[in-house]
Design a protein around this ligand. Structure first.
Ligand code: ADP
Ligand code: MG
Length: 701
């Protein structure tokens, strides 16, 4: 991050909500102004029960006529209110004594929530309530995405303050506004003011599907910022040089191909050639290799490494978790050591949990250049690691790395690579199993070339995917028993509970206990992200060795593990996962010859049903095994904010625009970006600074 953008040291300690604001990336006034509501609540009017329809979200006002605690089917506070036209029952499954008091018989209150009509009359489950009286607001009430430490009311004030202070002058020169589809009546200021506080008569539909002109304004500006920033980094990169690594005939590359126990698929050959072509040039490669889980990206990476090594350079491969790095290491050692040993070269291994002695030895091998390939976790980019001549950096599961880490890899070329007067950086190959439809990737990533493996190696057994309601857990356990009886192994994945690692853990621990009890005589293991690496390793090796029948885990197994004997995966609370994430998880089974299955356990909501969108998503999982198709459906159902790695990286690339529907805006932004950079660089600079702030640096990697 450039020094000018670093924030000054805080004068005094930050309060909890202030810390939470920072954590959400809401540091500057403009960040707050651009933190738009995820939805709105209409507190501007009161609906009479007589005129209401079931399923509507409404606000009602009435007098409390009954208040009691019921114990069946669950302990709950039951409050009845009468609005003069009808009565409505309010149910609270968790409540405080203070709440009970506020809802005493005779009190007059406002209650807001989803109204359910039933045979027994109107009901609301967990409505928001407050004492009646006072004026109703004149605009819709914004609801912002937040975290537990940051109450909605605090955030609303902070956003309002940010909005009033932020510099909202236009950053697109007026003569270009029309080309971007910007309408003069919706300046950025007007658009933001409107979106934070829309009037009560605004069409909710136009707000929700973001077709409203105010939304269009924001999306166009956002896309322009992304395109500008990527184009800028592309231009910077184009000035850099990298070692040219031409493939040598009869070299290590050929030898590895011959030594492999399988033939490459056509897709692997094609992407291999694309990479080899890039490596042969003296311009740094910046390529994304995407391919479905199990499509065989590792061997493509290994082949790229052989080209670099053959040309006399070193290669680094970085994976997000220790387990994954270690699997890569073992596989690559198996493939490459026999070929490297005759040349006095080898493969080195670096992780955070290594003993100092082993680590020092590895660092020595890396510095001397004897380690032609270095495999590891983040440890690979730490300061003490000095390469002799690094020419190729490969990053697996790139979305899991912060961009700062990618940038660090680029600065590790080593002393011997210095060349007078030119700036150089290694070739960069990023791998991802979260595919993005190719055309989308091409138009979005102005700064990235994309290679796609669109074919799986032959002979895979398809995985059968089933949706099962959580209430049928016993049947699932029966199924596990049957698999174990056949000598197979089972994964049980517990969901990520957002914002709460501690809860994750409680839940996984409880499941682990329940399964241990239900399956006497079976070794049931537990793996979660907070375990020390040595313990993780011990659990993994028991599972890999086959002694452990069931592995209960949080999503730490998401990437990489390869246990061909595992034939069943149960994913608990599948509705809480993203589709692509489910797809990746599912890819952990079906790696051997055995018929494999994936059970998606879902928990129904209070009303006993799974929501419409959740159902559509899970159905998509059961219907297709094609990662690209799943990515497309994910895009349709949820929009691309999540899709472009928002979930995984925590730093969404696009917050507002939707690549699936905003293709025209994207195209306009893509066309305008070079014009703006050439003719009005200072406007362009202000625009990216506003939208990306410190983050623009990150987009370059
Ligand atoms: P991913 O793309 O998910 O990283 P991997 O590289 O781990 O996939 O490959 C999955 C498995 O398929 C590995 O066991 C690998 O050795 C094997 N494999 C890769 N390419 C082929 C091929 N062309 N034919 C048969 N098996 C292959
Ligand atoms: Mg992989």
């Amino acid at each position: 991050m450039p020094a000018a953008q670093a924030s000054p040291a805080p004068a005094k300690a930050l309060s909890e909500p202030q810390k939470a604001l920072r954590k959400l990336g809401l540091a500057r006034d403009i960040d707050l102004a651009l933190h738009l509501p995820i939805r709105y609540e209409d507190e501007t009017r009161i609906t009479k029960l007589r005129d209401a329809h079931g399923g509507e979200s409404v606000q009602i006002e009435g007098t409390i006529t009954d208040n009691h605690v019921a114990f069946r089917p669950r302990r709950q506070l039951v409050v009845t209110i009468d609005d003069g036209t009808d009565t409505c029952v309010l149910r609270f499954f968790s409540f405080y004594p203070s709440q009970q008091k506020a809802l005493a018989v005779g009190n007059r209150i406002l209650a807001r929530g989803e109204l359910k009509g039933g045979l027994v009359g109107w009901q609301m489950v967990h409505p928001t309530t407050r004492a009646a009286g006072g004026d109703l607001p004149t605009a819709l009430t914004p609801v912002y995405s937040t975290v537990a430490a940051l109450p909605q009311a605090y955030l609303r004030k902070a956003v309002q303050a940010g909005l009033s202070r932020a510099d909202l002058r236009e950053t697109v020169p007026p003569e270009f506004a029309a080309r971007l589809g910007l309408r003069s009546e919706w300046s950025l200021r007007e658009a933001l003011q409107f979106l934070h506080h829309p009037g009560p008569d605004t069409s909710m539909a136009a707000l929700e599907d973001r077709s409203h002109p105010a939304w269009q304004r924001l999306k166009a500006e956002e896309l322009l910022a992304q395109q500008l920033s990527q184009l800028q980094s592309k231009r910077e990169r184009d000035r850099l040089r990298a070692p040219a690594l031409p493939a040598r005939p009869q070299g290590l590359h050929e030898q590895l191909l011959q030594a492999l126990p399988f033939a490459l698929t056509a897709a692997q050959r094609r992407v291999g050639e694309e990479i080899a072509r890039d490596l042969a040039l003296a311009v740094p490669m910046h390529r994304l290799l995407q391919g479905d889980v199990g499509s065989g990206k590792t061997v493509v990476a290994a082949l790229a490494a052989t080209i670099a090594i053959d040309a006399g350079w070193q290669c680094a491969l970085m994976a997000p978790t220790e387990i994954l790095a270690e699997q890569h290491f073992r596989k690559l050692v198996g493939w490459l050591e026999p070929l490297l040993a005759p040349h006095g070269l080898g493969v080195a291994w670096l992780t955070g949990s290594q003993k100092k002695k082993e680590r020092d030895a590895m660092l020595q091998r890396i510095a001397s250049g004897e380690a032609a390939l270095v495999v590891g976790t983040h440890a690979v980019i730490q300061d003490q690691v000095q390469f002799r001549r690094l020419a190729l950096a490969i990053i697996d599961e790139q979305h899991r790395f912060g961009v700062a880490q990618r940038l660090a890899l680029r600065s590790k070329m080593g002393a011997e690579s210095a060349e007078a007067g030119v700036e150089r950086e290694p070739h960069l190959l990023m791998m991802s199993a979260t595919p993005i439809p190719r055309t989308l990737a091409m138009s979005y990533y102005a700064d990235l070339d994309v290679s796609t493996i669109d074919e799986l190696p032959p002979g895979r057994t398809p995985i059968v995917t089933k949706l099962v309601a959580d209430s049928r857990r016993d049947e699932v356990i029966e199924r596990i028993r049957a698999q174990l009886a056949q000598g197979r192994q089972v994964y049980w994945v517990c969901p990520l509970i957002e914002e709460s690692e501690a809860l994750d853990l409680t839940n996984a621990t409880a499941t682990h206990e329940a399964l241990s009890t239900a399956l006497p005589g079976v070794l049931v293991g537990l793996l979660h992200s907070r375990m020390p690496p040595a313990e993780k390793k011990a659990v993994m090796s028991l599972f890999e060795g086959g002694q452990m029948g069931v592995l209960v885990s949080t999503t730490v197994i998401e990437v990489g593990v390869d246990v061909p004997n595992a034939s069943l995966m149960v994913i608990e609370h599948a509705e809480r996962f993203g589709l692509s994430q489910l797809h990746q998880l599912r890819g952990r089974v079906g790696r051997g010859a055995a018929a494999s299955a994936c059970v998606l356990l879902y928990a129904a909501g209070e009303n006993g049903r799974l929501g419409e969108a959740a159902r559509a998503r899970l159905k998509a999982m059961a219907e297709t095994a094609d990662g690209f198709e799943i990515a497309r459906r994910d895009l349709e159902i949820r929009g691309p904010g999540e899709f472009l790695g928002a979930r995984q990286s925590g730093a969404p690339l696009l917050r507002f625009a939707d690549l699936a529907t905003d293709t025209q805006l994207l195209q306009a932004a893509r066309d305008l970006a070079p014009v703006l950079l050439d003719r009005h660089p200072e406007w362009a600079q202000r625009h990216t600074a506003r939208w990306l702030g410190g983050k623009s640096e990150y987009l370059k990697a």
